[in-house]
Design a protein around this ligand. Sequence first.
Ligand SMILES: [Zn+2]
Length: 262
Amino acid sequence: MRIKDKKRFVIACSGLVILLILIIVVVIIGFGHKNNTNGSADNQKNLPSSAAQTPTSNKSESATNSPSKSTETTMDITTTDSLTMLVNKNHPIPESYVPADLITVDLPSTRDTQLRTVAAAGLTKLFDAASEAGLELYCCSGYRSYETQSELYDWNVSTYGVEGADLVSAQPGKSEHQLGLAMDVTSASVDFDLLESFGTTAEGQFIKDNAYKYGFIVRYPQGKTDITGYAYEPWHLRYLGVDVATDIYNSGKTMEEYFGTN
Ligand SMILES: [Zn+2]
């Protein structure tokens, strides 16, 4: 081979090598791209599963929406199971009504007391908050059946006469206690009794200022007897749910005034 031919041969070889390298590079890139495509195919495979998760997150969204829906339904003041059912001397409840979800409250009590589940949960939080403030509350009277209310009213009539009884005790079928959404609370400072002076105790003040945060209102405030029909009862808590209780608390109104009825 002549030197010129040798040079040509070397150039040709180098050209071939470069071409080979180029082909290898192209193949590698192509393979890598294929892999990437596979990767995104996996991602696409993941997509349906994440898309499958979307209904779940929609579900959880609709679950988050349902409390607001139930808030709407709880503004119902005429259905016995509604948390905002209005019960007073003009709005009785059927003799046969018994809440389906009554539970015995797991809180300090002076006797056996029951509430609807949601109200019991709210009361537990209220008692916990009181406890953190160094105060000890006691349940005194929660759910009362129509029959129990009947006996209680009869006792009050025999003790105070009809007029006196009607001021401090509901006639059967006209007590919030039959809803399972009312609890009378007391403390050692009033000797575990239900007294007006409870309103001036640290426990009574705490309830007045904080009950709404846990869904309760002091249902029969001072100076509102002509509207509520009952004497001041600083111990009687009514559960309405946090939103409505907070709204009523901020309005300074009674339940009757808030709902525009009597
Ligand atoms: Zn009561």
